[in-house]
Structures are given as C-alpha cells and as structure tokens.
Write a new protein. Structure first.
Length: 199
C-alpha cells in the first residue's frame, strides 16, 4: 500500500528512466510504470504521484523524463480504474538522482512520507540519498529492464558509482568535478542506445 500523508493523500515518487524516442513503444518503461500503477490503484483515497526527471536525452533536448512518464501513465489510466483523485506533479528541472530528490523535498517537505520507486540495480544509491534527504520515505526497487544482468550482479555493477556518490556527499567539490561529467557521459551513451532500432 502507499503511504498516507497530507491528510489522507497517498504519496508516490517515481524516478525517471531516461527519455525514449517513443515512450509508448518502450517495453521497459511500460513494465516500470505498470508496477507503480498497480500499487497506486490499491489506494482507496486520493493519490499524489510525483514523476521526476528532466531533459536527459541530448538527442531530444525538448523532452523530459517526467513528461514521458506522464504520457504513459495517462495512457494506462485510460484502460482501467483510477484512484478517486489523482494529482500528477512533474519535477523536470534536474537531470540527476540527487537533484530530483532535492526537488521532491522542496515541493513536498522534508517530513513527507512517500513510497519512492527506482530501478532495482540503483537502489543502494537511492537509499543513501533518501535516508539523508527524505528520512520518512521508503524505497521500493523494481526490476523491469530486459537488458539487466542477473539482479545481484547488476546491483554490484553499480557499486563503484554509488561509492562515488557517497564520497561526493561528504566531499562536495567532487560533485561538479567527477559526478557531473560522468552523468553527462551516461546521458550521451543512453541517448545513442535508445536511438538504435530494435532488432
């Protein structure tokens, strides 16, 4: 079930997963958001759904992760029951995990209680930031990417970058010097991967 705050409103936060050329044809996004929406539909009261992610695809600079997710969410909702009241909030300013979570905290407050959804492999990084920025939130990792390695192996592959994030938290100059260039490189590579036609 979701987490009830702000009266009786359940709060859900979904971290973006890139900007595909055609989100309606992206099977990974469909599996990701499908799992989130199954949980949203269990709520019998109002729901506020935060969709977080900026313009992370250099080949599609006018599109954001949050807008892509909202398009798919609204499509899903047109085919089944929706909560009695659903408020969708897009957080589009940031292009990195920490920036997205800081935007969420600025909008919802440091004491917000929410279910935070993320990709399974990156859960350790997400948990690190959530504990420090949003201590009353719970992280819910989801497996959905067809290209992922076995779950444990893929999580271990993320460990070096997660350690960099931890180090940059305690040594702030490392964020612009190391993490920002790494993030830019990842966005470029992901954009090229998504642009390739499916086999």
């Amino acid at each position: 079930m979701g987490t009830q705050t702000m009266g009786k409103t359940a709060i859900f936060y979904v971290n973006g997963y890139g900007v595909p050329p055609e989100v309606m044809e992206d099977a990974n996004y469909a599996r990701y958001l499908g799992q989130v929406l199954r949980r949203v539909r269990r709520e019998d009261g109002p729901v506020r759904l935060y969709l977080a992610g900026g313009a992370t695809n250099p080949l599609l600079p006018g599109r954001t992760e949050a807008a892509a997710m909202e398009q798919l969410v609204r499509e899903f909702l047109s085919f089944g029951p929706a909560p009695p009241s659903l408020d969708i909030v897009r957080l589009e300013a940031a292009t990195d995990l920490r920036g997205n979570l800081e935007a969420f905290r600025a909008h919802a407050g440091v004491n917000v209680e929410a279910a935070v959804f993320c990709e399974y492999a990156r859960q350790d990084r997400v948990r690190f930031y959530v504990r420090r920025l949003l201590p009353r939130c719970r992280v819910h990792p989801l497996t959905f990417d067809q290209d992922q390695y076995p779950r444990t192996a893929d999580r271990l592959r993320q460990l070096p970058e997660t350690l960099l994030h931890v180090l940059a938290w305690y040594v702030p100059p490392l964020r612009p010097l190391v993490l920002t260039p790494l993030r830019a490189r990842h966005m470029r590579r992901d954009a090229v991967r998504r642009a390739r036609p499916s086999p």
